[in-house]
Design a protein around this ligand. Sequence first.
Ligand code: ATP
Length: 293
Amino acid sequence: MAEKVCGKAYGKINIGLDVLRRRPDGYHEVKMIMQTVDICDELEMELLDTDEIVIVSDTSAIPNDQNNLIYKAIMKFREATGETAGVKISLTKRIPIAAGMAGGSSDAACAMRLYNKLTGHHLPLTQLQQIGVKIGADVPYCLQGGTALSEGIGEILTKLPTPPACYIVIGKPDISVSTKFVYENLTLNEKTVHPDIDGMRACISSGDLEGICSRLGNVLETVTVTEYPVIAQIKELLLTERAKGALMSGSGPTVFAIFDREETAKKAKERLANSGLVKDCFVTGFIDCQEEA
Ligand code: ATP
């Protein structure tokens, strides 16, 4: 049995996000296109002689106790399997926090994969996903990664081809947005403009980057952009810098923009970094997949 394992937890963006309805149980039925980007946290997990779960991270911005999603993931795995092995997890955090990039869900997914490996259970991906949805709606996707259509509450996943190569500028303003607040304040009615997720899916299948960029849409912008106008300012700056399209990711406040040329993307990132509108910004790209389960 291996004593220590390492893994990467990648962030995601939503290139399309629609909410279809609020279910009677309070969950929202979504239709989203998820895409892994090349920004990741790193996890190192080692076995302990006790049954403790110890989390050490390089940031004080997230809890290190039972409220950390890594802790919750291991507990859910234990409940499902009867496993009791204690572990120490060292987390290096690079995905912006409370940003709409599923950093916590991705850490949870990675922790499940590592614990699965370290304890020798080797549960298949589908079973990890069934456990993962109990931690959060984005966890099943984070276990799989790549490009995917996500439906239901996020647990019905259809793998899609990777969109054409392009350059992504990501900017996060110095605010944190609560996903709960955004969903609670979302109004869905006959005036709601729903993004064209089916059209987006067709453009991904045919490798049509222009078509993808013209269909970027996120119904949650109606809540978050109204609350935080800086998001609209970031989008405008990136579009002025010749982005092919720009959108808020998830419940925000992170904004991403798609460029077809690296030079243009790097220049836009520099302007954004110097604008005073963001705290973090990156140039990155789409990547295909998470690591093996
Ligand atoms: P999503 O896109 O899934 O809505 P998010 O990117 O908006 O997620 P996260 O970075 O996952 O947000 O963080 C949401 C909250 O979860 C934070 O307030 C944080 O305190 C808590 N949290 C618990 N564990 C973690 C973790 N390992 N990494 C980040 N946040 C965590």
